[in-house]
Design a protein. Structure first.
Length: 178
């Protein structure tokens, strides 16, 4: 069964790297209420750097809950609650090797389209306090994926995810990762 495990939102936070103030929204917290998914993000969520995050084709970031057990083995002692990778939706039953670019999904009352895998930036390394985190994340093949909002709606933990359509011959998220 495909479903939403957690809905996670966050606002920008400032931190300092090598004397430079940087703003990030990678810190997400689970919410218990239903959340509206608008054209560019979820209510209560905000992307910090729109040159690389957010926008129409990266409005929502989904990350498979199945990956958390593997990361807990790889990163002992790391805090890995839902939303730890900056995802808006922690999901179950959809992984990169079986999810295709262009898949149209009904999640809650919204319809979303898979657009691309996540390419992590240096802020992921900062969040985990590990210089090697970006490399590890890329090599793991556990990228999660971005979604475009085809129809606005609302979502909550426990909602089912339904595959509405898949473009013929579409590559999987894993295929795009290389």
């Amino acid at each position: 069964m495909m479903k939403v495990i957690s809905v996670n939102v966050g606002r920008p936070h400032e931190f300092t790297i090598r004397g430079e103030i940087v703003v990030t929204s990678i810190f997400k917290d689970p919410v218990t209420e239903r959340v509206r998914i608008g054209a560019l993000n979820l209510d209560g969520d905000e992307q910090s750097d729109l040159t690389v995050h957010g926008g129409v084709n990266k409005a929502v970031y989904a990350y498979p809950s199945e990956h958390y057990a593997w990361w807990r083995e790889q990163l002992p002692g790391a805090e890995l609650g839902w939303g730890a990778f900056g995802e808006n939706l922690t999901i179950e039953g959809l992984i990169e090797s079986t999810t295709c670019i262009g898949d149209r999904l009904r999640i809650g009352t919204a319809e979303l389209v898979v657009t691309q895998p996540r390419q992590p930036c240096y802020k992921l390394a900062y969040k985990f306090g590990r210089e090697d985190m970006i490399k590890r994340f890329r090599q793991s093949g556990r990228s999660g994926f971005y979604l475009r909002v085809a129809r606005e709606g609302d979502v909550g933990a426990g909602d089912s995810i339904e595959l509405l359509s898949r473009p013929e011959g579409a590559p999987t998220v894993t295929d795009i990762l290389g």
